[in-house]
Design a protein around this ligand. Structure first.
Ligand SMILES: N[C@@H](CCC[C@H](N)C(=O)O)C(=O)O
Length: 293
């Protein structure tokens, strides 16, 4: 039987999502339906789809991910191709804006909201212009696979980084090389990670550091979505990789320019190791109803 999907379209630095509220967990969509919703020609169009569901309505396995419902709301995130991801840095900010807009939570500037994700509970703080999310403890993970992309003359060594979801970051020489890379094809990784990866191509600013803040430009090919205008967790991974390559004395605060805008990344110590946070805008664009077969 078909359903009418009451959705909201949202975006954060041009990374766009279709969101809908399903508090009681009664309307889980199939991968086929998700692909139809995210289709830019036949559906609403989006890099991903987010279902707002209460953590206590998830099945037992997923509740463990929401860490015993420390978070009332769970971000059920799906890529445009109908695959799941553990985490989405732009998506969780847009999701928070959506929960506020729907009257499902109250969050004043300065307040923090815990949200369940497949990567665990993440704290999102509202600030004057947008939101900041603590992405948790990051890890060097995935080695240094060789990366090949169309229009790059030779394969480059990447750096595997996990910020809840998997990334491989590649440094390019300059803006010209970054602009020329053809990311309409999936970059080839050697070895190929079993779960795939989001691949970020990065150029250091010149100078790299201005007033204690590191500057980079980035383009991304997202697992399950293709090239997007921005990837929040990708921006965090790109800043972490650049700091790693820059060595001792590199800053813990970064400005990441993506095709869709600018994101802020900060690394900070905690009792359970170094965390990385992401800040940026989150906007809702329009609401609608889509009939789904
Ligand atoms: N755009 C997101 C990441 C979305 C998930 C990603 N494609 C994956 O499969 O891990 C972000 O802003 O972090």
């Amino acid at each position: 039987m078909g359903i009418d999907l009451h959705f909201t379209k949202g975006q954060g630095t041009g990374n766009d999502f279709v969101l809908f509220a399903d508090p009681e967990g009664e309307n889980e969509l199939s991968p086929t339906q998700i692909r139809a919703v995210c289709d830019r020609k036949f559906g609403v169009g989006g890099d991903g789809l987010i279902r707002a569901v209460k953590s206590n309505r998830l099945d037992a396995g997923a509740v463990a991910l929401a860490e015993d419902s420390a978070a009332e709301w769970f971000m059920d995130y799906w890529n445009a191709d109908g695959t799941i991801s553990e985490m989405c840095g732009n998506g969780i900010r847009v999701y928070t804006r959506f929960l506020i807009d729907q009257g499902l939570v109250t969050l004043e500037p300065g307040d923090t909201l815990a949200i369940g994700t497949r990567a665990g509970v993440r704290d999102v703080q509202r600030n004057r212009t947008g939101f900041q999310v603590d992405l948790g403890r990051w890890m060097l993970d995935g080695g240094e696979p060789l990366v090949r992309a169309r229009n790059l003359s030779v394969a480059r060594p990447g750096l595997g980084i996990n910020v809840g979801n998997p990334h491989v970051v590649v440094a390019l020489a300059d803006d010209e090389e970054l602009d020329a890379a053809d990311l309409s094809y999936i970059p080839q990784l050697d070895p190929e990670p079993a779960a795939g990866a989001n691949v970020e191509f990065v150029v250091p600013g010149d100078p790299l550091v201005v007033d204690g803040v590191g500057h980079i430009r980035m383009r991304v090919h997202e697992r399950g979505s293709g090239e997007t205008l921005s990837c929040g967790t990708g921006a965090a991974a790109a800043a972490l990789a650049t700091r790693h390559w820059a060595g001792a004395g590199a800053p813990n605060q970064w400005r990441v320019e993506v095709p869709g805008g600018v994101l802020g990344v900060r690394m900070f110590p905690t009792e359970d190791g170094e965390h990385v946070s992401l800040s940026g805008p989150a906007e809702l664009v329009f609401d609608g109803v889509l009939g789904l077969g």
